[in-house]
Design a protein around this ligand. Sequence first.
Ligand code: SAM
Length: 254
Amino acid sequence: MIELSLVGIGSGNPEHLTLQAVRALNEADLILIPEKGAAKDELAQIRREICRNVLTDDTPIVGFTLPVRDEKITDYDARVNDWHDRIAVVWKQAIETHLPESGTVAFLVWGDPSLYDSTLRIAGRVKSKMSLDIKVIPGITSIQTLTAAHAMPVNTINGPFTVTTGRRLRDEGMPAGMDKVVVMLDGECSFTKLNPEGLYIHWTAYAGMQGEISLSGPLSQMTDVIIETRKAARKERGWIMDIYMLSTGDHLLA
Ligand SMILES: C[S@@+](CC[C@H](N)C(=O)[O-])C[C@H]1O[C@@H](n2cnc3c(N)ncnc32)[C@H](O)[C@@H]1O
C-alpha cells in the first residue's frame, strides 16, 4: 500500500511550515518535486530548501518534469482535464519507479492543497489507477499571507467574502452582494475591467517571500501603479505571483 501525503507548505516562506508538515516530511520514504519553467525553478528551489531545513534523514528527493497544457485544446475545462490526466500518469510512473513496494510518498503543495490547486484532483486520478491512501496536511494559504501583509481581516463584521479568479472577475465583474473579494490567478490585472468607483484594493506580490511588494489604496488611484510595479517586478524576477483583495465601502471601518 502506498500512502500519498500532500503537505501544504505555505506560500513561499520556509517559516510557514507547520510542525505537522515537518513531521509528515520526515515520515516520508520519498519526496517528489515538480520542476521546470522559470517560476517553477525558483519554486522547486524553495521546496528543496524546505526539505534541507527540516529533514533529519537522507530521504530521497526526486524531481520530475510536469507535462505542459495542450494549448491546441480550446475548451478551458477540457484542456485542464487533459493536463491533469497526463500529470497523473507522470505521478504514477514516478511513484512506481521510486517506491515500487510500499511506503509513504510526500508532495510539497504550495499554500494549502484545498485552494485553487489541482493536487487533490490529480491524486484522485492516481488513486483510481493504483491502491493509494491520501492524507492532507494543511498549509498557510496565500489569502492569509495577503491579509497578514496588509494587517487586515478577510471579512467585514458578520460579512461573507468571495474568493475568485482573475478570469472570472474579468468576465463577470464584482460578485453581487460581496463587499470583500479576494482575487487569485490573475495574470492580466483584471481589476482594470471594473468601474473603480468606490472600490479599494490591497495588492501583494510574492506574499510572505523575499521581495514581497504590497500596495493599497483607492482602485482609481492604484490601477496604473500596480500595473507598472507588477510589470517591472515580473521583468526583474522572471515570474510573478500576486493576489489582491477588492473592498467596497469604507475600507477603514470594514
Ligand atoms: C495555483 S494557485 C495556488 C494557491 C495555493 N494553493 C494557496 O493556498 O494559496 C496560485 C495563485 O495563488 C496566489 N499565490 C500563491 N502564493 C502567492 C504568494 N506568495 N504571493 C502572492 N500570491 C500568491 C496567486 O494568486 C497565484 O496565482
